[in-house]
Design a binder for this molecule. Structure first.
Ligand code: F6R
Length: 607
């Protein structure tokens, strides 16, 4: 969840490292640091809080070295302060680390017995001392790093630098991603291709268990046993479309507004809009022959999968098992032949989702993934990747990646229905036509911004919010609640509307806003009955519906947000928008850090 960078350059590297860290700040942002070697001496600058604090520190006290490593942190071990900020030093060794060292307590005790003193509470410092001890025992720097890496259990991506060698960075990967970037007379290491984008687009991703010796003119990669291995060098694409808010106040706002375009790009990968037909896909399984589909993901991506369950089961009569990945990976779920697995992830790096993918891989069933970051670990480990073409999502709260995931899943469910003969050719054409309408309807929904802003102004004063929905609007209710709590810190829960009377109704009084997602459709009347139950207890209803729903809701709502009519299949894509905007404006009114909310990180590479 932290971001790491290393550069062996031809000019002072600290400004370049700070620049690369900016592009990695989405991975963690509670402290940051840079170390370089200047005239043979290890020097570092670190700062608590956002990267801007480190930039100020570097302006006041610049670093000159032509080799350096940098880090932006999401705290696991130890408070987010300057002492725990990376890089960590031990004698002649400087290190940055992303991940968690699970046997750190045991290693620390061993090092303390050997006389090492610890100046931070981090697990990372253990690695610095281990490497340094191997050097003292006579190993050359790279070999010392290799020996230390072999002692580590857990998840890590590392970059290590050594005083006295201004042409060497050792990198290692076990879990979190790490890429080598190839330049002309300069070399780079980074957590992802985005970090390295302005420097190079020629990238080699390390695989789990790999470690690398990076020098100005080359990088050699080895397996854990020390044997040289060949890894594919590739051109990374699209990474220069970066990190610019345009005219928007926040990345989240920009990403919300990009949705018509990115949903359209994504759908165009699966559909021929003009011909009204599917584009061919090289599937690792045949939907027609599948007995079950197993879906696993985390957070918002999981909720996209949960909406998918309704679609696959209803349209294609394909039974779906779905679970959050942190549970799935340990549940020892029996996976029968005839099943296929589908993973959903924006980053393609989420540790729990990746572990679930590997569980299914070991069970021998075909693996497909819906991912946004091409070249990510999940993309590389899947039999088939269904890309979402949302572009880089920088705001920590997922918006455009979610609706693009829904667009992909909806088109897969419709395609599965056609393959399984559960819909007629006419119905198939109608579904394709409906999918093609999604970008336009999303664009129209964006025009409701001012109305939604008004509701958000009210929400900014409350402590708790309940979201209700039935059918696909139930996962959407959970997504609305998740969005609100993560960026505004208001406590929010999403419930199936029919479940209200089994407990949550006890929470309702006149101070409780209840957001009801109820387009006019098959579950409308039932949801209105649940609204009656809320109204009878004085709850403040905010109804999100369409024209017919607004007309026919027999309960007086405190506010009604009226969306354009949307066909059933794509309604969740359209209805995601007001939920995202409500959360966004509420957070803006409350003055929270919308793009980088507290305690969160964009890419969760630890379990
Ligand atoms: C919420 C959010 C998270 C992610 C989750 C999975 O707004 O962004 O809940 O959806 O951490 O991340 P990915 O999709 O990268 O696997």
């Amino acid at each position: 969840m932290c971001g790491i960078v290393g550069i062996i350059g031809q000019a002072p590297v600290a400004p370049l490292i700070a620049d690369a860290l900016k592009r990695l700040e989405y991975r963690g942002y509670d402290s940051a640091g840079v170390a370089t070697i200047e005239s043979g001496v290890l020097a570092r600058r670190r700062a608590e809080g956002k990267l801007v604090n480190l930039e100020r520190r570097l302006q006041a006290e610049p670093l000159d070295g032509k080799i350096g490593i940098g880090h932006t942190r999401w705290a696991t071990h130890g408070a987010p302060n300057e002492t725990n900020a990376h890089p960590h030093f031990s004698d002649d060794v400087a290190i940055v680390h992303n991940g968690i060292i699970e046997n750190f307590a045991e290693l620390r005790d061993e090092l303390v017995r050997d006389g090492y003193e610890f100046s931070s509470q981090t697990d990372t410092e253990v690695i610095a001392h281990l490497v340094s001890r191997e050097i003292k025992r006579g190993a050359a720097p790279a070999e010392a790093a290799h020996r230390a890496i072999k002692r580590l259990e857990g998840a890590f991506a590392l970059a290590i630098m050594f005083r006295g060698d201004e042409d060497l960075i050792v990198g290692a990967r076990n879990g979190p991603p790490l890429a080598v970037g190839h330049g002309q007379g300069e070399m780079f290491l980074g957590s992802d291709a985005i970090a390295l984008a302005p420097f190079t687009d020629s990238i080699t991703y390390l695989e789990d268990g790999d470690w690398t010796i990076v020098r100005r003119n080359q990088a050699q990669i080895f397996d854990l046993g020390g044997n040289p291995v060949e890894r594919h060098r590739q051109q990374s694409i699209g990474t220069t479309l970066l990190v610019d808010k345009g005219n928007h106040r926040h990345f989240m706002e920009k990403e919300i507004h990009e949705q018509p375009e990115v949903i359209s790009h994504t759908l165009a990968h699966y559909l021929d809009f003009a011909g009204g037909t599917w584009r061919p896909l090289d599937m690792p399984f045949d939907f027609a022959k599948l007995d079950r589909l197993t879906i696993s993901a985390c957070g918002t991506a999981y909720l996209a999968g949960l909406i998918g369950k309704y679609w696959f089961e209803r349209l294609a009569r394909l039974p779906v098992d779905i679970d959050i990945a942190s549970e799935f990976r340990y549940r020892e779920i029996p996976l029968a032949k005839g099943a296929a697995a589908l993973f959903v992830s924006q980053s393609g790096e989420t540790a729990d989702t990746l572990a679930s993918l590997r569980y299914c891989r070991n069970a021998g069933i075909p693996i497909a993934s819906i991912v946004n970051v091409g070249g990510s670990t999940m993309a590389r480990e899947s039999d088939l990747v269904f890309p979402t073409l949302a572009g880089p999502e920088i705001g920590v709260a997922s918006t455009k990646a979610f609706t693009c995931q829904l667009a992909v899943i909806a088109s897969l469910a419709a395609r599965a229905a056609a393959a399984r003969g559960t819909i007629t050719r006419e119905e198939e054409k109608t579904l394709i036509r409906q999918l093609c309408e999604a970008p336009r309807l999303v664009s129209e929904t964006l025009k409701l911004q001012h109305r939604i802003e008004k509701v958000a102004r009210e929400l900014a004063h409350v402590r708790h919010v309940l979201y209700l929905g039935r059918d696909t609007n139930y996962p959407l209710a959970m997504e609305g609640a998740l969005k609100l709590k993560e960026i505004s810190y208001i406590h929010a829960e999403g419930y199936a509307a029919g479940e209200l009377k089994h407990g949550p109704i006890a929470l309702i009084d006149e101070t409780m806003p209840v957001i009801v997602i109820a387009p006019h459709g098959r579950m409308f009347e039932k949801t209105v009955s649940n609204m009656q139950e809320v109204a009878a207890r004085g709850g403040k209803i905010i109804l999100i519906t369409d024209g017919k729903g607004a007309e026919q809701a027999s309960v007086k709502a405190f506010e009604t947000i009226v969306l354009p009519d949307a066909p059933d299949l794509i309604a969740p894509i359209v209805y995601a928008l007001p939920l995202q905007m409500l959360a966004y404006f509420t957070a803006v009114f409350m003055g929270t850090d919308v793009d980088q909310p507290r305690n969160l990180a964009k890419s969760v590479t630890v379990e």
